[in-house]
Design a protein around this ligand. Structure first.
Ligand SMILES: C[S@@+](CC[C@H](N)C(=O)[O-])C[C@H]1O[C@@H](n2cnc3c(N)ncnc32)[C@H](O)[C@@H]1O
Length: 430
């Protein structure tokens, strides 16, 4: 898995699924594999910092396969307390022999023993700084100061719960919580979205009867809140412009019940095809099409959701590989694309209708800045407060928009704005 992440830019979750199937791992081994691979990915540069103190040749001159194995070994020695050190060293040296040969395995043995003998580990704050690219930390400091950046980094590097949404008509959240506990998990209602449940330590959630019976789907609480911000009403015609893999489309369809229609589009034909299959059970409520959001389907629509392609920097607690792959210039490029798509999506909203813009990024340039520029251009749209009802928005709203953060809400880092098109022409210039 670590090789796939490094060499082929694979994503952690699919790599885990493939590896677990190949090796026929049971639930416990699968959990350990995920812990090791995601831990190494989360703490990568902090692990490398420790390693460089014990590698006379330096990291760049050590074979990449040996570096990966060394990271695995140091992670077990320094971060995990349930694997005895002797077992960790033995298994890691064996692994080095298999993937890199005898020479590298001797090096791994020597380095791990040196790490074991070395003095006290670095403090948590230093490790967290090392474990995030400096430019990303600088963006967090700019957003809220040093303490905010520390708290953000801590939450970004902690494992996230599996968060699910009750998806079966007629099933209530308390019943789902009880059933998940019966299956051996820790489960509790989430704090903000009315259908969200946090699940921890489930032995095999996707093999449980509750999942088999269609009681829940995996969806982060922040993603659920975006749909509450859109607030689809029975009878509405909704366009979900960037819909794959369909988490929000499914939730929108639940809000509409059987009365209403959602047109779900995605620019990639293969993703649109998978989306159509994934949402087939919702029947005629959902219509799926491969389409660029810059070219709206025939409208107008009562509600439009633009869940725009973004850097994904708000979901690094679930996808830690993302932080090592992004550069500041990616944020700028994404922001330009988001502005372009938002302009296009706006054309499909009927006068008096609602447009929600959302991203799973905590970067200012992809969130508040895109919306301010849009509002400066479009005098016929206003930023609107979230709808009253199912959600208490007070802890979630900042500057009039939804802003979730792992360290504040135990939800992914999302930004979303609810914009309403004026029914009777543009506002007056100030
Ligand atoms: C953030 S994801 C959407 C997640 C989805 N709304 C959900 O809740 O499951 C963004 C999606 O936008 C799609 N996309 C990227 N550029 C697009 C474009 N120009 N038009 C339409 N879809 C686009 C990507 O293929 C990706 O599936």
């Amino acid at each position: 898995m670590l090789e796939a992440l490094d060499e082929r830019e694979a994503f952690l979750q699919p790599a885990l699924q493939a590896a677990a199937q190949r090796a026929r791992l049971d639930g416990r081994d699968r959990g350990l594999a995920l812990e090791l691979a995601s831990g190494v990915c989360r703490w990568r540069d902090a692990l490398d910092h420790i390693l460089t103190q014990h590698l006379s040749r330096g990291l760049a001159d050590t074979p990449p396969a040996a570096v990966r194995v060394l990271r695995l070994g140091v992670y077990q020695l320094r971060w995990l307390d349930r694997i005895p050190a002797r077992a960790a060293v033995h298994a890691t040296v064996e692994l080095a022999r298999q993937v890199a040969g005898d020479g590298p395995s001797r090096l791994v043995n020597a380095v791990l023993r040196a790490v074991q003998r070395a003095a006290a580990p670095l403090d948590e704050a230093t490790l967290l700084r090392l474990a995030h690219p400096a430019w990303l930390r600088a963006a967090w400091v700019a957003e809220g100061g040093e303490a905010w950046a520390d708290a953000t980094a801590r939450a970004a590097n902690a494992p996230a719960p599996l968060t699910v949404r009750v998806d079966a008509p007629g099933v209530d959240r308390a019943a789902l919580v009880a059933r998940l506990i019966d299956e051996g998990a820790e489960a509790e209602p989430a704090a903000h979205a009315p259908d969200a449940v946090h699940v921890r330590h489930h032995p095999a959630p996707f093999e449980g009867a509750a999942f088999g019976d269609g009681w829940w789907v995996a969806q982060d609480e922040a993603s659920q809140l975006v749909v509450h911000l859109l607030d689809p009403q029975p009878g509405d015609r909704v366009w979900d412009a960037c819909a794959a893999p369909g988490g929000k489309t499914r939730a929108i369809a639940r809000h509409l019940a059987t009365d209403g229609r959602v047109v779900a589009t995605d620019v990639h034909p293969a993703k649109a095809k998978r989306l159509g299959r994934a949402l087939a059970d919702l029947g005629p409520t959902v219509e799926v099409e491969a389409r660029d959001a810059a070219d709206p389907p025939p409208g107008p629509f009562d509600r439009v959701l633009l869940d725009a392609p973004c850097t994904g920097l708000g979901v690094i607690r679930r996808h830690p590989e993302i932080k090592w792959r992004r550069r500041p210039e990616d944020v700028i490029a994404r922001a330009a694309e988001q502005a372009r798509l938002l302009r296009a999506a706006a054309a499909a909203v009927r006068p008096g209708g609602v447009l929600v813009y959302s991203v799973c990024s905590d970067q200012r340039a992809e969130g508040p800045d895109v919306v301010s520029a849009f509002l400066a251009e479009r005098a016929d749209f206003d930023l609107e407060a979230p709808p009253e009802g199912a959600v208490d928005w007070r802890p979630l709203v900042h500057g009039g928009c939804l802003r979730t953060r792992p360290h504040l809400h135990d939800a992914d880092g999302f930004f979303a704005a609810r914009l309403r098109r004026r029914a009777h022409g543009p506002r007056e210039a100030p």
